[in-house]
Design a protein around this ligand. Structure first.
Ligand SMILES: [Zn+2]
Ligand SMILES: [Zn+2]
Length: 182
């Protein structure tokens, strides 16, 4: 977890002892109570303003609570910071870049945001090879969610060959259609 969503109304009533349900996954009831308390403190402290771009008057659900240090308490106010969703996404990408050693944005723009399989514009990034070298940008490609799901456990090379076969079949089919029509 690198950030929190704002607490929901259901979470608040749960803490007040009203309503039923349970704390979100990965959080004990006590942590949820601390989290809600911290959220209110941080919202007041940061004045509902994104601490990265300065966008003011943020209300749930248009804000995130960024966790500054993963090794510290994930719910303590001093470890949380108010961000707008756009800045949160940007920061999450940078955090991913520091793990993988490269910025996925570089790969996205290298591939012109297109899925390497269906050539549609895509936002999701997946590994190009079976056992991606996480530190090597050449081992990564842009891939849409649909193709990622379709590819499943198939290797990149096998799947892209299948895509080419399908394209060839479609091409043959279309050519036959045209010939028949002519
Ligand atoms: Zn922002
Ligand atoms: Zn695709």
């Amino acid at each position: 977890m690198i950030y929190h969503e704002p607490p929901t109304r259901a979470m608040r009533s749960l803490v007040r002892g009203e309503g039923s349900g349970s704390a979100p996954a990965g959080m004990t009831f006590e942590e949820m109570r601390e989290y809600i308390r911290s959220y209110d403190v941080v919202r007041r402290r940061d004045g509902g303003t994104c601490q990265s771009c300065g966008k003011p008057h943020l209300e749930a659900p248009h804000l995130r609570l960024w966790i500054k240090d993963q090794t510290e308490s994930l719910c303590a106010a001093h470890n949380l910071e108010l961000l707008c969703p756009a800045c949160c996404r940007r920061r999450a990408r940078l955090a991913a870049a520091s793990i993988t050693g490269f910025d996925p944005d570089v790969v996205f723009s290298r591939e012109d945001m297109r899925c390497v399989y269906c050539l549609e514009k895509a936002e999701q990034l997946v590994a190009r090879v079976d056992n991606a070298d996480r530190d090597d940008p050449d081992d990564w490609a842009c891939c849409c969610q649909t193709c990622s799901k379709r590819r499943g456990s198939m290797s990149h090379d096998k799947y892209i060959a299948q895509c080419h076969d399908k394209a060839r079949e479609l091409w043959t089919h279309l050519r036959e259609e045209v010939m028949r029509g002519a």
